[in-house]
Design a protein around this ligand. Structure first.
Ligand SMILES: Nc1ncnc2c1ncn2[C@@H]1O[C@H](COP(=O)(O)OP(=O)(O)O)[C@@H](O)[C@H]1O
Ligand SMILES: [Mg+2]
Length: 320
């Protein structure tokens, strides 16, 4: 069963046109887009602002540098290769190990040879996965290992927490869980499950997969609800401080929880998708409108988190 869209509209669900006209155009200045569209720039700025990010192992910008791949990868048995200007999980290769015979193991357990990795990097450089199809560069970074809280509800990949941060205030959150179909990536368009998170408590509620409501993870069978995301207030504060590294009023922040290194910022989005409303069974409309009308916004990220929680309490959903 799909969601009853007519009722969702009554709930204040924001559509693409409204999002673009009322929130992205007025709040996101185009000149700041490169700060978030380019994952190397985002990473560098995050490091300057002391926001933890996955460590960069290598950056390949030109075809002839592909020859250096074996020496870049030599010290690492696990890593992720991704296009610097990619989106939607496209072109991301997650390598989870090496075999004795010299093959690399992807998160879905299939094996790849160094030549295929080189070929993949060459495709990234040609712009196959980049925004607008322009030539790109390839990032090789630390593979995040998910927090034990996701043990039962993630299928071979790292869940990420997507947060909508409006005027620097975190307002909406969901966790996206990789599935068999999404091949190690937590992007909804790749087949991941989105699960709403109560912004005030960090507890998960219901899920959505390809616009259909789901209660259990499709591959593990475990329930998706009432899971406590650890270090929730710290995660909220990290999301709020991302506004200081890219002054975009309407921002999608992607965070991951590493079992050893804790919460990390994965990437930022200037045009975050709208499925977060479906995952939370609540529309962004009334909450964004209210936040839009606020006079002054606190300078400190901690205070902005407090404001975000107060707003969500004010607009608490009727129990369904
Ligand atoms: N360093 C990493 N370690 C483990 N998984 C990762 C890593 N980087 C990306 N992924 C997986 O791929 C997904 C998409 O990555 P992201 O950097 O957000 O790129 P995109 O812009 O394509 O969404 C993440 O949600 C995560 O599941
Ligand atoms: Mg992403």
């Amino acid at each position: 069963m799909k969601f009853p869209w007519t009722r969702l509209r009554e709930l204040g669900i924001v559509g693409m046109n409204q999002r673009n006209a009322e929130f992205i155009m007025p709040y996101n200045e185009r000149r700041y887009y490169p700060l978030v569209d380019n994952k190397i720039i985002t990473k560098q700025r995050a490091i300057e602002k002391q926001i933890p990010v996955p460590e960069l192992f290598g950056h390949i910008e030109l075809e002839h540098q592909i020859a250096y791949l074996p020496s870049i990868l030599e010290p690492h048995s696990e890593f992720v290769i991704k296009p610097t200007n990619g989106s939607g999980g496209n072109g991301i290769m997650v390598i989870a190990g090496k075999t004795a015979s010299g093959y690399f193991r992807k998160s879905n357990d299939s094996l790849v040879h160094m030549d295929e990795i080189k070929h993949h990097v060459s495709n990234i450089l040609s712009g196959m996965y980049s925004l607008g199809g322009e030539t790109d560069s390839a990032i090789i970074e630390y593979r995040v290992k998910f927090d034990p809280c996701f043990e039962n509800i993630s299928y071979k990949g790292v869940p990420d927490i997507r947060m909508i941060v409006f005027r620097g205030i975190p307002l909406f959150a969901m966790v996206r869980l990789p599935t068999r179909q999404s091949d190690g990536r937590a992007n909804l368009h790749q087949g991941a499950v989105g699960v709403g998170i109560d912004l005030c408590t960090g507890l998960t509620n219901q899920g959505v997969m390809q616009s259909r409501p789901v209660k259990d993870h499709p591959d593990t069978g475990f329930t998706l609800t009432q899971i406590q995301i650890p270090q929730w207030d710290f995660i909220l504060e990290m999301a709020a401080s991302c506004y200081e590294l890219a002054p975009l009023g309407y921002l999608g922040v992607d965070l991951v929880l590493d079992r050893d290194r804790g919460p990390m910022m994965l990437e930022l989005n200037a045009r975050p998708g709208l499925a977060i409303q479906i995952a939370n069974r609540q529309g962004l409309g009334p909450i964004l409108k209210y936040t839009q009308a606020l006079g002054t916004i606190p300078v400190s990220a901690k205070r902005r988190v407090k404001v975000g929680k107060e707003i969500r309490q004010k607009f608490a959903k009727e129990p369904s």
